[in-house]
Design a binder for this molecule. Structure first.
Ligand SMILES: Nc1ncnc2c1ncn2[C@@H]1O[C@H](COP(=O)(O)OP(=O)(O)OP(=O)(O)O)[C@@H](O)[C@H]1O
Ligand SMILES: [Mg+2]
Length: 455
């Protein structure tokens, strides 16, 4: 008879305790401890058992067949670091209904085509017919794309042995269960066990695996943070409920740069790549309207032009409000304080709203100066010059600070037809910056920037 014992496992951080606790001693979360039964008769390897690992000299390790699979979807390839690495495990997280299954179904068809080898799509959430319906909508037909509805780990392994796919999709990791474990599907022990198994297969057989992961209310991938350690690459598919664009962001990548971003648009025919996102975000811009300024932010290594809008209106209460949408609230408070103390704008009796058009989240301080200029433009009711982009971080003394990657920002602004750019005046000067026909207007302070920007 196998000896079993009961353990309580935190569903948030994975901490185990021998008895129930209302609050996890590891992460401090409440009501996260779940009872799990562990069987203790794990087969122990005796000293005479053959070893499976063997140290080898570094140059003797062969790398053939390890070329990346080309992904005929430029935005996805970029986020993966230039293609899909054989034997890699990629976790794709995102809110419900954001388009994870759509993205991966499209990617599997493209990969089946480009590799010429089978791709296995395992779904634990939808029936094969539902997937077929989606494929019809996305106009996908491919002989090498296999679809199966399965949640049992053993059965999935069996199918893998049979079909020998080069790429495999598990939609989603939370639905996969292993009969050896008594805990329910989606629990931390199941998810961790399944992910470890998949990693093992990937490393031994060279199949590249995508795992879909659900996201919790707090925005992290449901279940364990440990899942992110198990896999090679973590991608998040993000978007706004009311906007059609989707951002695919890499937060961890063992084979490429992190914080790379791919931009897509959700259409009826699936996710369509947006090669020029700046154009999309500026498409509805009203030229010469007060309260609008163009910021140049960086998403990973890619510059992105976004419109910052601000509105200042007389406050009817004694306590003026600040409302931020897409810009960081605390930075908005800081910028408002700088505008009132260092520029002399009377916004202490005005409500100030600032938002990023298109529902994008801009976290970068490099957009500070654009926010400041947009607010000043609204307060003074004077528009910002239509052909001007604004780059710079704002400091507490009202000074404008240099930001990173200025050359790529300038090139993108020039490419989109901007003729002038406000830029922090740095000690190094602006001589070696690529202007591409743009006039650079160096500014030292927010006050100076406001004078130069408004017409
Ligand atoms: N006919 C359609 N036209 C346009 N968009 C559609 C259509 N059908 C579905 N969609 C889009 O696809 C989204 C659902 O995509 P998908 O099922 O890939 O999401 P998911 O992230 O896998 O969701 P879940 O977490 O439920 O598995 C919908 O939210 C919708 O935006
Ligand atoms: Mg899905």
């Amino acid at each position: 008879m196998a000896k079993t014992r009961t353990r309580w496992v935190c569903q948030n951080c994975g901490r185990t305790t021998p008895r129930y606790m209302g609050r996890c001693p590891g992460c401090g979360e409440w009501n996260t401890m779940v009872e799990t039964v562990e069987s203790s008769d794990q087969p122990k390897r005796g000293p005479s058992a053959p070893l499976r690992s063997q140290p080898r000299r570094l140059p003797e390790i062969e790398t053939e067949g390890l070329d990346r699979y080309p992904v005929a979807m430029e935005e996805l390839a970029r986020v993966l670091g230039g293609g899909l690495v054989p034997g890699s495990v990629t976790l794709v997280g995102g809110d419900p209904g954001i388009g994870k299954s759509t993205l991966l179904l499209q990617a599997s068809a493209l990969l089946a085509q480009s590799t010429g080898h089978p791709v296995l799509y395992v779904s634990g959430e939808e029936s094969a017919r539902q997937i077929r319906m989606r494929a019809d909508r996305l106009d996908i037909t491919n002989e090498d794309l296999f679809v199966v509805t399965e949640t049992d780990l053993e059965a999935i392994h069996h199918h893998t042995e049979e079909i020998k796919p080069h790429v495999m999709i598990i939609d989603s990791i939370q639905t996969v269960t292993c009969d050896d474990l008594s805990s329910s599907a989606g629990s931390i022990s199941q998810v961790r066990h399944a992910a470890t198994q998949f990693r093992g297969w990937a490393k031994s057989s060279g199949v590249a695996i995508f795992l879909v992961g659900h996201v919790t209310k707090k925005g992290s991938i449901a279940g364990p943070k440990t899942l992110e350690h198990i896999v090679d690459t973590v991608l998040y598919l993000e978007g706004e409920r009311f906007h059609a664009y989707r951002l695919l962001r890499s937060v961890k990548n063992r084979f490429g740069a992190t914080s790379e971003v791919g931009v897509f648009e959700m259409r009826e025919r699936g996710l369509v790549e947006v090669p020029n996102p700046s154009e999309m975000f500026l498409a509805e811009r009203m030229v010469n309207a007060p309260g609008s300024a163009i910021a140049v932010t960086m998403e990973g290594t890619r510059p992105l032009l976004v419109e910052i809008q601000a509105l200042a209106s007389h406050s009817t209460f004694g306590h003026p409000r600040r409302t931020a949408n897409g810009v960081d609230y605390n930075r908005l408070l800081l910028i408002s304080a700088v505008l009132s103390r260092r520029v002399g704008l009377r916004i202490f009796e005005q409500d100030v709203f600032a938002s990023v058009v298109g529902g994008l989240q801009v976290q970068e301080p490099a957009a500070d100066l654009a926010v400041a200029v947009a607010i000043a433009s609204s307060v003074r009711d004077q528009p910002v010059a239509a052909d001007m982009a604004v780059i710079g971080e704002v400091g507490l003394s009202g000074e404008v600070r240099t930001v990173s990657q200025t050359p790529s920002r300038l090139r993108e602004a020039a490419r989109l037809g901007f003729k002038r750019c406000l830029l922090p005046r740095s000690l190094r000067g602006t001589d070696e910056l690529p202007t591409d026909g743009m006039t650079i207007i160096p500014v030292r302070s927010v006050a100076q920037a406001v004078e130069k920007a408004l017409v």
